[in-house]
Write a new protein. Structure first.
Length: 169
C-alpha cells in the first residue's frame, strides 16, 4: 500500500466512519454530508500525515475520490411486500441491515420501515415483527405518522360542603 503525502486527495469512507477531524493548523476535517473529500495541505505536520496514513490502512479514509454507490431511487412496495411471508428473524435481519447501511438516506429508510410496518399491521399483525420494526425506527430516529383520535371531553364536578364547583378546562 502506497502512503499518501502532502497534496494528495483523501476521502472519508462513510461505510466505516462518519467524520475525521485533526486539530491544529495543517490538519484535515472531513464529515459525512458536508465535506467528504479533502486535499492534504502543504503545511501538514508529520504527525498529521502519520494519522492520515494510519486511517487509510484501517480503511477509515480512502485515497482519491470516494466510490459512488448508486442510490436506490425506486421505492417499489412489491419488494417490501415480499418480506411479509418471511419469519420474524429474517425481517429483523433485513431491518437491521437497512438501518446500518449508510449509503441509503434516512428518509428512504424511514419510508421503507414504515411501509413494511403498515403492511404488517394490515396483514398478520405479529407482535414480534411490529416490535422489531418499531425498534429499528426508533434506532434511526424515524418518526411515525401522527394519528389523531377524537375523544370525549370529561368534566368532573368537585364539591366542598353544600356548594357545587365545576372545573372549567
Amino acid at each position: 500500500m502506497q502512503e499518501v503525502k502532502r497534496g494528495d486527495r483523501v476521502s472519508l469512507n462513510t461505510q466505516k466512519r462518519s467524520y475525521f477531524f485533526q486539530d491544529g493548523e495543517g490538519g484535515i476535517n472531513l464529515s459525512e454530508g458536508t465535506q467528504e473529500v479533502g486535499v492534504i495541505p502543504q503545511n501538514s505536520s508529520d504527525f498529521h500525515l502519520a494519522q492520515i496514513n494510519r486511517a487509510i490502512k484501517t480503511e477509515q479514509l480512502l485515497t482519491g475520490w470516494p466510490e459512488t454507490k448508486a442510490e436506490d431511487v425506486t421505492n417499489n412496495d412489491d419488494d417490501i411486500k415480499a418480506l411479509l411471508p418471511l419469519g420474524r428473524s429474517k425481517i429483523e435481519k433485513w431491518a437491521k441491515d437497512l438501518a446500518a447501511d449508510k449509503s441509503i438516506k434516512r428518509e428512504v429508510k424511514n419510508h421503507k420501515l414504515e411501509t413494511l410496518l403498515e403492511m404488517e399491521k394490515a396483514a398478520k399483525n405479529r407482535a414480534g415483527v411490529v416490535l422489531v420494526l418499531e425498534q429499528q425506527l426508533r434506532y434511526i430516529g424515524g418518526i411515525s405518522k401522527v394519528e389523531e383520535e377524537i375523544q370525549e371531553k370529561v368534566v368532573i364536578k368537585l364539591t366542598s360542603g353544600n356548594e357545587e364547583e365545576t372545573e372549567q378546562p
